[in-house]
Write a protein that binds this ligand. Structure first.
Ligand code: ADP
Length: 257
């Protein structure tokens, strides 16, 4: 039996097809989120990757910021539940999930059964989200996936003192003009995001094991800085950005099994 999970985010649409609630047989990530043709493209791509057609899909669940306007799913579920389900499937011992997406950051506390018992969210300010990194990468003319490589080369990371994205943008431009090393600036930018999210995580209370999910988890510079700030090891899967879609596909399986 095949189930499809679709996670329609603010910046990116993600899909996973699961076979019998266990094996991921295909996935897709399309950098176009809610309000675009991204969800349709991601769906077509995952079906193509799996070698399946629409009628092979037994049940479809949509999650994410854009879920309520998507009409081609059998059901919808909140992204909090989906991230918890997806992460628990891969790392059963996780008790804290830090999910940083394109325009918000969430910290989820799970009990020993993997059920969410508390969460905190920042969706008011771009600092501490992927948006901050996207804006900074744009100024520095780097691709988003180059940030972690640059951050790893830093010898003397710069502290970004402005927390507001708009002011931090001017600060980064002045630092560049002053001849600061690109790698030191990038490390400072990653640390700035980590320190914002760490405050959120400290407010909820950190219980190990701690896992990162969401697209920003792909950035090793942020993962390392967050691990230092919180003083804990942060585990992560290379499919971190797909955790919401995985949770949705699992929920779809649970619905019909
Ligand atoms: P949303 O669900 O809100 O669209 P995602 O969880 O998909 O957000 O995360 C999107 C963010 O992930 C982007 O804003 C970007 O900063 C980051 N990101 C995406 N791809 C990469 C990558 N290859 N390396 C590092 N960061 C990435």
């Amino acid at each position: 039996m095949y189930t499809l999970g679709i996670d329609i985010g603010s910046t990116t649409s993600k899909c996973i097809i699961l076979k019998d609630g266990k094996d991921t047989i295909a996935s897709s990530i399309v950098i176009a989120g809610t309000g675009t043709d991204g969800p349709n493209r991601a769906r077509e791509e995952v079906l193509r990757n799996a070698g399946l057609i629409e009628k092979d899909l037994r049940y479809v669940i949509v999650t994410g910021y854009g879920r309520s306007t998507y009409t081609k799913a059998d059901n919808e579920i909140s992204e909090l539940s989906c991230h918890a389900l997806g992460v628990k499937h891969i790392f059963p011992d996780v008790r804290t999930i830090i999910d940083i997406g394109g325009q918000d950051a969430k910290v989820l506390s799970l009990n020993e059964k993997g059920r969410m018992v508390n969460f905190l969210m920042n969706d008011k300010c771009a600092a501490g989200t992927g948006r901050f990194l996207d804006v900074m990468a744009g100024i520095l003319q780097l691709n988003i996936n180059e940030l972690e490589i640059k951050a790893a080369e830093a010898t003397n990371p710069v502290k970004i003192s402005n927390t507001c994205t708009v002011f931090a943008e001017s600060e980064v431009i002045s630092q560049l003009a002053a001849g600061v090393e690109l790698s030191d600036l990038v490390a400072g930018i990653c640390s700035s995001v980590a320190s914002r999210v760490a405050s959120l995580a400290k407010r909820i209370g950190i219980k190990e094991k701690v896992c990162m999910s969401g697209g920003v988890a792909r950035n090793g510079g942020v993962r390392n800085a967050l691990s230092k700030e919180l003083g804990v090891e942060i585990i992560y899967s290379p499919s971190a950005q797909l955790m919401g879609a995985l949770g949705a596909a699992l929920a779809a399986y649970n619905k019909v099994k």
